[in-house]
Design a protein around this ligand. Structure first.
Ligand code: ATP
Ligand code: MG
Length: 398
């Protein structure tokens, strides 16, 4: 077992020693059986949230009404959920009632796909009620139970099917695909933040290009914000689509294909965070700079380090560039400064040079010019040199 799973065995052990049943469930079991790195570790147990709180020191109640708590243990977090069944979904979002159970069976039955409906106990014994293992072997995404019913209950599962296809490169079983098509309109009732989260995972998936086929065939994107109104956006995507780590990069990609919809509009309609907005704007700026000047020092200086990877993917997709992350880091290491704060001169120094001039926006403008000259190597980052430069270029501030 991977080390992280071995560590997490402690939690199962402790729950068992207290007389409860406990299993690893969901993505971690699927990824383990599929020979992939595991993401977060989810645990299902017969212990109630209250029981779990009594057993472990650090328990964060995150979704008590759904029976979920986070257990902090040996500097790791584990989502621990009480075995449950879901009642009806009259609002297509949250089950009306949640009933806690004593066995794992009903809990597995409420899960979306057979590959996600697997549980593993402390001895590595797998509970597989719906042939999930076989589907992993075959690379097949199939709903637990009747697809139409399960997608009606929670239409987010339609998007999750596509997400897993882009992440795992599995194919969607024909009857599941038909059900997706039959119910896809219901996607419009799903909270857009949930859609964004799954679509972000889809576009970051290692097999996103394979997933694109499922997206096109099912055309579920027609029921998502903006993309639904510009259906040919999906057809205009570069071939192949390559995995993008951030949702900001996904927005940048679409914005380049359809400049009529601004980044601001994307962020608003898809209810993204300011962080995503920032990523999208920075990546877009950098793409524009790349288009005119290539991989310049100024471009690298302005681009936040967290965007390097996505930037290389975007310029590969749009401009067939073969720059990699190391090329960017190499330039970054040569930069004389890494922010305006490292300039050898500041606003106070500049004011002192022009005692008779009213302070105003000219100071910031001048600092920006100096910053750019220093970064591009036209000016040394040295106090006296910068002062001389300012004197020689008095006209720029007048
Ligand atoms: P990842 O590796 O991305 O975390 P995951 O399979 O663990 O993938 P999660 O969104 O973390 O996906 O969900 C954990 C598990 O909960 C899933 O494997 C699935 O069994 C169940 N699940 C999650 N969302 C739903 C849903 N909308 N309907 C039914 N079951 C769900
Ligand atoms: Mg998970």
């Amino acid at each position: 077992f991977p080390e992280r799973l071995t560590q997490a065995m402690d939690i199962l052990m402790i729950l068992q020693n207290n007389g409860y049943k406990a299993y690893f469930v969901g993505g971690c079991v699927r990824d383990l059986l599929n020979g992939q790195d595991i993401g977060d570790i989810d645990i299902a147990t017969s212990a109630s949230p209250e029981n779990v709180r009594q057993i472990f020191d650090k328990v964060i109640p995150v979704g008590l009404e759904h029976g979920t708590v986070i257990v902090r243990y040996a500097h790791q977090s584990y989502e621990v959920t009480t075995f449950r069944t879901d009642g009806d979904y009259s609002d297509q979002r949250h089950p009306d009632t949640v009933r806690f159970m004593q066995t794992i069976d009903a809990d597995l039955k409420r899960r979306d796909f057979t590959i996600n409906a697997l549980a593993m106990d402390i001895d590595g014994h797998i509970v597989d009620l719906f042939n999930g293992r076989e589907d992993i072997r075959k690379g097949l995404i199939r709903t637990v139970g009747n697809g139409v019913d399960r997608f009606r209950e929670d239409p987010l599962r339609i998007i999750r099917a596509i997400r897993f296809s882009g992440q795992l490169g599995f194919s969607i079983a024909p009857e599941t695909r038909d059900a997706m098509i039959a119910v896809k309109q219901d996607i419009e009732t799903v909270a857009v933040e949930r859609i964004a989260e799954e679509m972000g995972k889809f576009f970051s998936g290692a097999c996103v290009q394979m997933g694109m086929d499922d997206l096109r065939v099912t055309a579920i994107h027609n029921h998502m914000p903006i993309i639904g109104a510009y259906p040919n956006l999906i057809d205009k995507l570069p071939e192949p689509v390559m995995p993008l780590q951030t949702f900001g990069a996904v927005i940048t990609m679409f914005y380049r294909l359809e400049p009529d919809v601004s980044i601001h509009e994307w962020v608003k309609r898809w209810k993204c965070s300011n962080k995503v907005k920032h990523q999208a704007s920075e990546l877009h700026e950098a793409m524009s700079r790349f288009e005119t000047d290539g991989l310049s020092r100024w471009l690298v200086y302005c681009l936040p380090a967290g965007c390097y990877k996505d930037f290389t993917v975007l310029i590969r997709m749009f401009f067939d560039s073969i720059y990699c992350q190391q090329d960017i880091t190499a330039i970054e290491h040569e930069l004389p400064i890494d922010s305006k704060r490292n300039l050898a001169i500041d606003g106070t120094d500049i004011r002192a040079l022009f005692p008779n001039k009213e302070p105003g926006s000219w100071i910031g403008d001048l600092l920006n010019k100096i910053e750019k000259h220093v970064v591009t190597g036209h000016l040394h980052n040295d106090k006296y040199g910068i002062r001389d430069w300012i004197k020689w270029h008095q006209h720029v501030i007048d």
